[in-house]
Write a protein that binds this ligand. Structure first.
Ligand code: ADP
Ligand code: MG
Length: 468
């Protein structure tokens, strides 16, 4: 998208100004930004002109960080900012704006409109593929899909808040972002904030560290639609829970739409303050189930069409028979076939499908949804310790080894992140999980007997899950 042409970067500046505008008062906006104009682009740096040395120093001191953050968000850390003193005769227009602060400088307005109409209007934090049109509806997700569509059309009116839960790869993020994308395209001037809970937590911590909690609060409490992905990460984060509680109340009281996703029903969240839990449980709750055979076929066909690819029907049926877990696994299978076809420059046959996806069909894919408690129980039983100890604080070797082995197996066969696993193992830090897995991997390398034991246990876990 980024071409090395001076003017193409004006769009980034205009978008950044828009984001900044939503965080400042109109007065400050007029005072400090109405006379700042996009000038040029050079070496990853956007150069804007300001009317005087004084203006430059002031705007730098007050807003340099905010501007940098916004540009960096929009460009994924690619763009910086520099201020030049304007020698531009257009300053006259700008000076007029001081006398009549209500009116924005003309050429800036025009610049913005021109560029926006030249590109697809796209929210900087939402994936453009995550739209309702790309979401295949089946009996497993029809209610969730229709309800989220209704929310996108009329945010803040009836289903507020809404929470969407289900296992990995079933379309939670897709639907959540579809709400944002739809509303962003169809309704003017809505402030749509999408954030993963992990980022929300990090931003909050950063804002405390940098004494910028007011900016943080303003960003979230002035949203018209707040979309938070994977709220289960807020477990065991009491300060962030407190902050989100107040954000929730502010938005709820002013009828602003909130939508959350979670990997389990809200009632099953642990270490969450009762008052926040009760807030999350208000409104509408939607669940996503794994797709059945017909829906898997419809989804795979849609993905094939979007990729502009061809697969024989027999291959499609084979994949849909074998991969029953979730949509992410279906996509991964298709991706592998497309990559193979491009590599050998040949179309995919049913034989190639079978051969290329062999381990896919037999190994990990069908075990990705093994619940952590089954892993913990199986490993604990094998070593003769209790699951409670495994999640507890005791540090004797006879507890630590089973704990680390369970973490290692969980990391190996499931899709849970180290942060999630830390939570499941008594609220440990993700670095502890990483360390534990490394320890086991090392020991397996140096001790073949131990390695066999772990591999055997892994099989046991998988069997336990199949018979559970
Ligand atoms: P989750 O957030 O529940 O883990 P995602 O929303 O990330 O899952 O979905 C995983 C992948 O599967 C995404 O690429 C998404 O587009 C796709 N997907 C999930 N459900 C559907 C569906 N019903 N139709 C089309 N694509 C889907
Ligand atoms: Mg997700």
């Amino acid at each position: 998208m980024i071409k090395d042409k001076n003017d193409d970067y004006r769009l980034f500046w205009d978008e950044a100004v828009k984001l900044i505008q939503s965080e400042l008062t109109k007065q400050d906006m007029d005072l400090w930004f109405s006379r700042v104009c996009y000038d040029s682009y050079r070496d990853n740096t956007i150069i804007v002109s300001v009317p005087s040395n004084f203006h430059r120093d002031q705007i730098k001191a007050r807003y340099a960080q905010l501007i940098e953050t916004k540009l960096s968000e929009l460009s994924n850390g690619y763009l910086n900012i520099e201020f030049h003193i304007s020698s531009n005769p257009n300053e006259k227009t700008a000076a007029a704006a001081v006398k009549a602060p209500e009116s924005q400088p003309k050429e800036k307005d025009m610049g913005y409109t021109r560029h926006i109409s030249a590109v697809e209007k796209q929210h900087p934090h939402l994936k453009k593929e995550y739209i309702f049109d790309n979401f295949v509806i089946g009996e497993n997700n029809a209610f969730a899909a229709n309800a989220t569509m209704a929310i996108a059309k009329n945010p803040g009116t009836s289903y507020n808040p809404c929470s969407l839960y289900g296992g990995v790869g079933l379309g939670k993020t897709h639907l959540l972002q579809s709400i944002g994308n739809f509303a962003y395209q169809k309704i003017m001037n809505l402030k749509i904030v999408y954030v993963t809970m992990e980022n929300f937590i990090n931003e909050f911590i950063q804002s405390i560290r940098n004494r910028k909690t007011q900016t943080f609060k303003a960003k979230y409490r002035h949203a018209d639609i707040l979309l938070i992905d994977d709220i289960h990460f807020i477990q065991r984060k009491p300060e962030t829970q407190e902050e989100l509680f107040h954000t929730f109340n502010a938005l709820y009281d002013s009828n602003k739409q909130m939508v959350f996703t979670c990997d389990r029903p809200i009632s099953e969240l642990k270490d969450l303050s009762e008052r926040l839990k009760s807030r999350f449980s208000r409104g509408l709750t939607l669940d996503l189930q794994p797709p059945n055979y017909e829906t898997r076929q419809a989804i795979l066909n849609k993905k094939i069409e979007l990729a502009g690819f061809f697969l024989p029907e027999e291959s499609i049926n084979l994949i849909c028979e074998k991969i029953t877990t979730n949509v992410r696994d279906l996509e991964a299978a298709l991706t592998r076939l497309i990559a193979y076809s491009e590599l050998v420059n040949k179309p995919i046959t049913p034989q190639i499908t079978e051969q290329q996806l062999k381990d896919f069909f037999t190994s990990n894919a069908i075990h990705r949804n093994v619940p952590i408690n089954i892993i913990q129980q199986t490993v604990a039983e094998y070593f003769g310790v209790s699951v409670k100890d495994m999640k507890g604080k005791r540090r004797q070797n006879k507890i630590v080894i089973p704990r680390q082995v369970a973490m290692y197996i969980a990391r190996d066969i499931t899709e849970y992140s180290t942060t999630e696993l830390g939570l499941e193992f008594g609220g440990r830090d993700h670095t502890t999980v990483m360390y534990s897995c490394d320890r086991i991997a090392e020991r397996m390398k140096s001790d073949p007997f131990f390695a066999d034991q772990v591999e055997a246990l892994k099989k046991k876990v998988i069997e336990a899950n199949v018979t559970a």
